[in-house]
Design a protein around this ligand. Structure first.
Ligand code: AMP
Length: 221
């Protein structure tokens, strides 16, 4: 089972991604998390990526595309790809690589959310040290942390620096909502391809609660 998931930062993409990963027993490949791991470990790739990440800009395609395609090639049991592609260059490269490897794309999931709502959600979100996808947001009543701890497991919480920087958030959303060359353009590229193939394109209303979005997703799988 191979799945692509799209949604602006703040749409609950990571949370829904976890559900898909558990249901199908596939690897969750999250490009942002892969980069953060490199930065944390101080690798050469991490050093190259860090400044772009801090500014909310895309890490250059020459670095990102081979890194992701290499991980995909090693995930033969299926994958959920989250955070890639983010522009048309990445989308076309991904499509070519899938075709060449004979990999079928089973689902493409798009979580829709208005830009302003996404921004508010990002600024309030807190990351659990145990699982970054445990939902915690100081501005959303349904998923308020338990004091300063994770509401799911009690793990310690922190905020990502690029989540507290309004300029960086705006840049990330400029890229996401760009329907000509950006991330939405790549989602629509795969939507068009889905019409001519066995891929199913699922659209979800991300403004609903996590449980409702989960229900909508499961109903369409
Ligand atoms: P995210 O956790 O998805 O918000 O990603 C954090 C940062 O990692 C982004 O702001 C980019 O700098 C970088 N990044 C993640 N995915 C990609 C990608 N597909 N292409 C380029 N840069 C990326």
């Amino acid at each position: 089972m191979n799945i692509l998931i799209f949604g602006p930062n703040g749409s609950g993409k990571g949370t829904q991604g976890d559900l898909l990963m558990e249901k199908f027993g596939i690897a969750h490949i999250e490009s942002g998390a892969v980069f953060r791991q490199h930065v944390g470990q101080g690798t050469e790739l991490g050093k190259q990526a860090k400044d772009y990440m801090d500014r909310g800009e895309l890490v250059p395609d020459e670095i990102t595309i081979p890194m992701i395609l290499d991980i995909l090639g090693k995930s033969s049991k299926g994958w959920l790809l989250d955070g890639f592609p983010r522009n048309m260059e990445q989308a076309r490269n991904l499509f070519e690589a899938l075709t060449k490897a004979g990999m079928i794309l089973d689902y493409v999931v798009e979580i829709k959310l208005p830009r302003q709502t996404a921004k508010e959600r990002i600024m309030g979100r807190r990351l659990c040290a145990v699982n970054n996808n445990h939902p915690n947001n100081i501005f959303v009543d349904a998923i308020k942390p338990a004091g300063d701890k994770c509401r799911v497991c009690g793990g310690s919480l922190s905020a990502r620096a690029d989540d507290q920087n309004e300029e960086a958030i705006n840049k990330r959303h400029d890229i996401y909502y760009d329907e000509k060359e950006g991330t939405l353009a790549s989602a629509y590229y795969f939507k068009d391809l889905a019409v001519q193939s066995e891929t199913r394109y699922i659209e979800l209303d991300g403004s609903k609660s996590i449980t409702e979005v989960k229900g909508d997703l499961i109903a369409q799988l």
